[in-house]
Design a protein around this ligand. Structure first.
Ligand SMILES: *[C@@H]1O[C@H](CO)[C@@H](O)[C@H](O)[C@H]1NC(C)=O
Ligand SMILES: *[C@@H]1O[C@H](CO)[C@@H](O)[C@H](O)[C@H]1NC(C)=O
Ligand SMILES: *[C@@H]1O[C@H](CO)[C@@H](O)[C@H](O)[C@H]1NC(C)=O
Length: 502
C-alpha cells in the first residue's frame, strides 16, 4: 500500500515537474522604454534559465539568440521613448493626469499594432501556451490574451503599484495613509497632505476609467464581440509582480496575490572598463556619478540648469562621471568632468570611491542606489520620480534639487552637504542592509509564483473576495442603511407607544 502511494506520489511530482520544466510562456512588453524592459527581460531570463520556453513581443531583441527564446520584434513599429525634448518631459509627462493620458494612449496604440501583426496572430492560433505575462501600465488592452488562450495571466508593474489599478485588486490604497504614486511626500503628515492625496487618488482613478474604456473596444475588435469587458479581465489576473520593496518604500498592506520583486534586475559585479576603472581609482577626493536616465536628453536641459551643473562641478574637488548622450562634445566641459554616452551604472556606484549619485529617480536606478548603499542627490522630473527620491530624504540618505529654482549655489550646497556629512553614507548603508535582508530572493520569488500559478490553474484562490463585491456592498452602505432604518423604526415605535401610554 505504502509502495503504491509512493509510486503515485513520485509520478505526480514527476508529472508536475515535467510540465513545469518546459512551460511555454508568452510575454508581451508593450511599452518600449528601457526601464520597463529592464524588469520584464529580467523576469523572462530567470524563467528561461529555469528551463521554460519564452515567446515575447518586444522592441528589444535579445543580443545573443537562444534556442528557447523567440522574440517578435516590434522596434520598427513603435517609437522608443528615449531622448524626449524637455518641453515634452515637463509639459506632457509631468502633470499626473496628462502623463496617464499619454501612457494610456500609447499603450492602446501598441496593443492594436501587436494584435494586428500577422506573425503574432499566427503564433496565437498555432502555438500552445501555459501562461501569459504582460506589463500593467497605461491600459488594460493586453489582458485579452489570457482570456483568448484560456490560460492564467501574470502582470508585472515595473514601479510601485499604480494608483489606478489598486482598487480592482482590492489592494488597500486608502489615501488617508497610503500616498498615491504621483504624490511626492511618502508619508501623509498633515491635513493638506491627506487632502492632496485624496484629490490625486480620485482624479487619477476617474480619469483612468474614462480614458481606458477603449480597452474593451480594442479587445472585442480583435477577439470577438462576446468577450468580457477589460475590468473583468483585470480582476482575473493571477499574480502581480511589483518592482519595489517594503524595506525602503514605506510598508503598506499588500493583496495576497501581490509579490514584491524589487531588485530583480540587479546583476553581479562585473569589472569596469579600464579607462573608467582608472578614473575612479585615481580620484583622490572620490567620484560623483551623474545620470538623468534615458528619457531626458542632458543637452536639452534648459541652459541655466546645464551651466549650473557644469560650473558647480568645476568648483568641486571630486571627479565627475556624466552620462551625456549628445554626438557633439559638451561646450565648456570642466577638466574634472568625464562624459560617456553610456556608463555601467550599477557597477560604477558599487565602487567604494564613488561618493554620490545624482539621479532623476527612475525606479531601476533608485533600486540600484539602495542596493549599493550610495547617497543620492535627486533631480526629479515626472511620474514616480519625485516620490522615489523623497524616500532617500525620508531615510536620511539623500537630498533633492528642484528644477524650477535650480541655481549653482543650491546645487553646490547640497552636494557638499551629502559628501561631507557622514550621516548620509551611514543611512544609505543601513538602507542597503535592510533591502538585502529577505527570506527569499526576487529571482526565486518570480520562479516560485509563476510556477505556482501554473500548478494551480491560475491560483485564483489567493484573491480577495472584495473583487466580487459591488461598491455599496464593499463600503457596507446597504448594511448601514438597513441599521439606520431599523433604528429609526424602533425609536419611532418607542415614542409612539410612550405617547399612547402616558
Ligand atoms: C531549452 O529548453 C529545454 C527544455 O526545458 C532544455 O532541455 C534545454 O537545455 C534548453 N536549452 C538551453 C540552451 O538552455
Ligand atoms: C525652491 O527651492 C527650495 C529649496 O530647495 C524649495 O523649498 C522651494 O519649494 C523651491 N521653490 C519653488 C518655487 O519651487
Ligand atoms: C480567468 O483565468 C483563467 C485562467 O486562470 C482562464 O481560464 C479564464 O478564462 C479567465 N477568465 C476570464 C473571464 O477571462
Amino acid at each position: 500500500m505504502m509502495c503504491l502511494y509512493m509510486t503515485l506520489f513520485i509520478s505526480q511530482v514527476l508529472g508536475m515537474t515535467n510540465i513545469l520544466n518546459a512551460a511555454e510562456i508568452l510575454a508581451v512588453s508593450p511599452i518600449p522604454g528601457t526601464s520597463h524592459w529592464n524588469v520584464m527581460s529580467s523576469v523572462l531570463e530567470i524563467l528561461m534559465d529555469r528551463g521554460h520556453k519564452i515567446t515575447v513581443v518586444s522592441a528589444f531583441p535579445r543580443k545573443i539568440p537562444h534556442e528557447n527564446y523567440t522574440n517578435i520584434d516590434i522596434s520598427n513599429l513603435v517609437h522608443i521613448s528615449v531622448a524626449e525634448p524637455w518641453e515634452k518631459v515637463i509639459g506632457v509627462f509631468q502633470p499626473p493626469v496628462s502623463c496617464l493620458h499619454f501612457l494610456n494612449d500609447i499603450h492602446q496604440k501598441i496593443c492594436q499594432i501587436i494584435y494586428s501583426l500577422p506573425e503574432f496572430q499566427r503564433i496565437l492560433s498555432t502555438k500552445r501556451f501555459d501562461v501569459v505575462i504582460t506589463e500593467l501600465l497605461g491600459s488594460r488592452c493586453d489582458l485579452y490574451l489570457g482570456n483568448y488562450l484560456n490560460i492564467p495571466q501574470i502582470a508585472i508593474v515595473s514601479s510601485q503599484m499604480l494608483t489606478w489599478y489598486q482598487e480592482s485588486f482590492d489592494n488597500p490604497a486608502n489615501p488617508s495613509y497610503i500616498t498615491p504614486l504621483h504624490i511626492s511626500y511618502p508619508k501623509s503628515e498633515t491635513f493638506i497632505h491627506r487632502l492632496l492625496s485624496t484629490i490625486n487618488y480620485l482624479t487619477i482613478n476617474i480619469s483612468f476609467k474614462y480614458y481606458d474604456n477603449r480597452a474593451t473596444e480594442i479587445g472585442r475588435m480583435f477577439f470577438g464581440e462576446n468577450k468580457p469587458d477589460a475590468e473583468t479581465l483585470l480582476r482575473n489576473v493571477s499574480i502581480v509582480f511589483l518592482n519595489t520593496h517594503s524595506s525602503y518604500d514605506l510598508p503598506k498592506p499588500l493583496a495576497n496575490n501581490f509579490k514584491e520583486i524589487g531588485g530583480i534586475h540587479l546583476k553581479p559585479l562585473k569589472p569596469l572598463p579600464n579607462d573608467l576603472q582608472k578614473i575612479i581609482d585615481e580620484a583622490e577626493h572620490g567620484v560623483i556619478y551623474f545620470n538623468l536616465g534615458s528619457v531626458t536628453r542632458m543637452h536639452d536641459l534648459p541652459t541655466n540648469i546645464q551651466n549650473g551643473f557644469k560650473e558647480g562641478f568645476a568648483e568641486l574637488p571630486q571627479k565627475v562621471l556624466w552620462k551625456y548622450e549628445s554626438d557633439t562634445p559638451m561646450t565648456g566641459q570642466p577638466k574634472n568632468v568625464f562624459t560617456r554616452k553610456w556608463l555601467p551604472q550599477y557597477d560604477i556606484i558599487r565602487h567604494p570611491n564613488v561618493k554620490l549619485f545624482i539621479s532623476h529617480g527612475g525606479n531601476s536606478g533608485v533600486i540600484e542606489a539602495i542596493s549599493a548603499g550610495i547617497p543620492v542627490l535627486g533631480f526629479p522630473l515626472f511620474f514616480d520620480q519625485p516620490r522615489n527620491l523623497e524616500l532617500f530624504k525620508y531615510w536620511g540618505s539623500g537630498l533633492l534639487l528642484d528644477y524650477k529654482n535650480f541655481t549653482k549655489q543650491i546645487f553646490l550646497e547640497k552636494v557638499k552637504e551629502i559628501i561631507n556629512n557622514h550621516k548620509f553614507k551611514k543611512n544609505a548603508m543601513e538602507l542597503s542592509r535592510k533591502f538585502h535582508d529577505r527570506p527569499i530572493s526576487p529571482q526565486d520569488t518570480v520562479v516560485y509564483w509563476t510556477e505556482y500559478v501554473m500548478r494551480h490553474n491560475g491560483a485564483h484562490h489567493l484573491k480577495s473576495n472584495a473583487i466580487n463585491t459591488l461598491w455599496y456592498q464593499y463600503f457596507l452602505i446597504d448594511i448601514l442603511g438597513t441599521i439606520v432604518i431599523i433604528l429609526f423604526i424602533t425609536i419611532s415605535i418607542f415614542f409612539f407607544i410612550k405617547k399612547k401610554c402616558f
